[in-house]
Design a protein around this ligand. Structure first.
Ligand code: KMH
Ligand code: ZN
Length: 309
């Protein structure tokens, strides 16, 4: 029996800049509305970053986070997975502070360091909306998204203390070995929930062959003691990798954080539109879509009544 498909919607992120699409939600209210619509379309989980409401710049401001999380919770029963990846240039303390403060059901846990490179986008954007955008993309040329073993231990302790389930973000094969090391050291408990993030420059490409290799390596290291989801960054990678992931028994993330297009040359008008497309594909493949409560059960989450917002 193939499990139901858990769809995550990554609502706004920190790598898409407002100049790329007018449909990117920015304010707490917009992020909450988009989350509720994505849930209604079939997403069980919403992955949340926040932005400065004035200019759309990614922020780790705890008040903005608190306001956003409360609005989402009031509008929808979706599982809320907060980011601890934050945005470029934030310290590990800034990135993680949302976890002890609001104790969400889930949070992302980035499993290694990469040169998280967005600068190739500069060639494609003709007009910027805010002055920070070009600088932000340019600085990524020399930006190490730092997740050292010291950082990993710090994040893990914070998540354990908050009873927040980590979603392990795997940007390359080496991150599976980092994960294995933490398991062997007794710092990470099985079963794991992993997400293969494919197509970020600096990490693994979004190819079918690379997904097979990640899956094979994870099988060898963790046997049946893990569940997994896949992200294909960009279009058409989001739907190509999502389709293959769904066929292979994995789960899938879509959303404006990772991809802004619904079809070649056409911007998605909402996260819900991206979720709807993934739901259609899943149904054609014979994968039923999990509700938030079904996802909670499958992933062993503590429940929405146990968060601090
Ligand atoms: N930004 C994505 C490519 C996180 O927020 O911690 C991966 C991500 C990680 O969503
Ligand atoms: Zn994210």
């Amino acid at each position: 029996m193939v499990e139901k498909l858990i769809i995550t919607a990554a609502i706004t992120g920190a790598i898409t800049v407002p100049a790329q699409t007018p449909y990117l939600p920015i304010t707490p209210q917009q992020i909450a509305e988009e989350s509720a619509r994505a849930r209604d379309a079939g997403a069980a989980i919403v992955h949340i970053h926040v932005r400065n409401p004035e200019n759309g710049m990614p922020t780790s401001d705890l008040q903005i986070f608190g306001e956003t999380l409360a609005l989402i919770k009031a509008k929808t029963d979706a599982v809320i997975c907060t980011s601890t990846g934050g945005g470029l240039g934030m310290t590990i303390e800034q990135r993680v502070a949302v976890v002890p403060t609001y104790q969400p059901e889930m949070a992302s846990f980035n499993m290694g360091s990469i040169n998280f490179a967005l600068h190739p986008l500069l060639k494609r954007i003709k007009e910027f909306k805010y002055p920070w955008e070009a600088k932000y993309l340019e600085m990524s040329r020399d930006f190490v998204f730092k997740n050292t073993f010291a950082d990993l231990e710090y994040v893990l302790k914070t998540m354990k203390d908050s009873n927040t389930r980590p979603e392990l973000e795997i940007y390359d094969v080496g991150h599976l070995y980092n994960t294995h090391y933490l398991v062997q050291e007794g710092l990470l408990e099985l079963p794991l929930h992993m997400q293969f993030v494919m197509g970020v420059l600096g990490g693994i490409e979004a190819t079918f062959d690379d997904l097979m290799h990640l899956k094979r390596t994870a099988d060898r290291l963790f046997g049946d003691q893990y569940t997994w989801s896949v992200i294909g960054v960009g279009y058409p990678a989001e739907f190509h990798l999502g389709t293959l992931g769904a066929m292979m028994g994995g789960h899938v993330r879509v959303g404006l954080e990772d991809n802004i297009r619904i079809a070649k040359g056409t911007l998605a008008k909402s996260n819900a539109e991206l979720v709807e497309k993934m739901v259609r594909i899943a149904r054609e493949l014979g994968r039923e879509v999990a509700s938030p409560d079904e996802a909670r059960k499958m992933l062993g989450l503590k429940g929405r009544e146990k968060v601090k917002f």
